[in-house]
Design a protein around this ligand. Structure first.
Ligand code: HEC
Ligand code: HEC
Length: 288
């Protein structure tokens, strides 16, 4: 059983904290405290000094599995009524396709997938690659969205990111993974860029129910989303459909706003080929 306690205004992680089943993670925001934790036994850390005002908002309970995996598989592989099969664009194995600009869905956090489908359905997020996802999500029932999120999360295809050499040979402007690694692990404090792993965990392998996995995600898609978030920092998606502004409290927009074109290319190049496990520790953490 998972409890998520959340209430914050604009979330700025002050430091990276380990996240595990036994421990919660905590971030200080201007005047509120945000906590993520699993189970009531979770311990929370309080960092820093000064007056902290704790205001706990909604307390939501997420069930073990969001939906029915079998129904999800059927929709994914065969579509439903007028809804095309997801596999046609996201590939049979769920790894996404570079030339279509589609993301890898396999193994992605189910609650994150569900949130995106809900956001597409309510036009909170615009599909600014092919303009298809909004209609597709609207046609799916709420239960279908849960089912298909459950199914894609269950796909255990190995982490194979984009083939950077092939992309380079095709004339795509590909960044330098070793420079992107610096941003993913340390950020660029002198330019106000936090380490990606402070929210997305080690090499972007995802953290909790809210922070999607980035490792092994497609290069083209990663680059596109970072550009969309950066645009979303200065304009809304209602004004410019190329902008993405569906992130809670503008967390991603405030990060992307500070990234240069070069940073985006570099960090996307690193994340697509990065492995969610560390040397000497071949076990990646269990996903809820
Ligand atoms: C005609 C092609 C096409 C089909 C069919 C399609 N998708 Fe997509 N999907 C896309 C594209 C393109 C994007 C990237 C959208 C963007 O740039 O914002 C996307 C994005 C997504 C995302 C966002 C993932 C993320 O990491 O944020 C989800 C979730 C998703 N699709 C689920 C589905 C499901 C479920 C189905 C089947 C019911 C489906 N898609 C069918 C093209 C398609
Ligand atoms: C303050 C926390 C935070 C930090 C730091 C952060 N992110 Fe995010 N990121 C998020 C959240 C939250 C989302 C999910 C947005 C949503 O719910 O739609 C997200 C989503 C994304 C996505 C979209 C994934 C998808 O499948 O569509 C990308 C790409 C991304 N982040 C890249 C990065 C990179 C690269 C960095 C480091 C430069 C970074 N993030 C740092 C919070 C953060």
């Amino acid at each position: 059983m998972l409890w998520e306690i959340e209430h914050s205004q604009s979330l700025v992680p002050m430091m990276s904290l380990p996240y595990s089943k036994e421990r919660g993670a905590c971030y200080i925001t201007g005047h509120t405290l945000k906590m993520r934790g699993v189970g009531m036994q979770a311990r929370f850390y309080v960092i820093g000094t000064g007056a902290l005002l704790m205001s706990l908002g909604t307390l939501t309970e997420a069930s073990e599995s969001l939906g029915n995996e079998r129904n999800g598989r059927e929709i994914y592989q065969m579509g439903k009524g007028d809804i095309p099969a997801c596999a046609g664009c996201h590939a049979e194995d769920g790894l996404g396709l570079e030339d279509m600009g589609t993301p890898r869905l396999a193994y992605q956090v189910d609650t994150y997938i569900l949130k995106q489908l809900t956001d597409f359905a309510s036009d909170k997020r615009q599909d600014n690659t092919q303009s298809v996802m909004n209609d597709i999500a609207k046609s799916l029932s709420k239960q279908d969205r849960r089912d298909v999120a459950t199914y894609v999360h269950s796909l255990k295809t190995p982490f194979i990111g984009s083939d950077l050499e092939t992309l380079r040979a095709d004339g795509v402007d590909v960044g330098k993974p070793y420079q992107g690694k610096m941003i993913a692990e340390y950020g660029a404090p002198e330019r106000g860029i936090p380490a990606c792993q402070s929210c997305h965990d080690f090499h972007g392998r995802s953290a909790g129910r809210m922070y999607p996995a980035l490792s092994g995600q497609r290069y083209t898609y990663l680059k596109h989303e970072l550009e969309a978030f950066r645009l979303g920092a200065t304009t809304s998606s209602a004004k410019d459909p190329m902008a993405r502004d569906n992130d809670y409290h503008g967390q991603m927009r405030s990060v992307a706003a500070r990234l240069s074109d070069e940073d985006i290319a570099n960090v996307a190049a690193f994340l697509t080929v990065s492995s969610p496990v560390s040397p000497g520790n071949p076990r990646s953490p269990l996903r809820d």
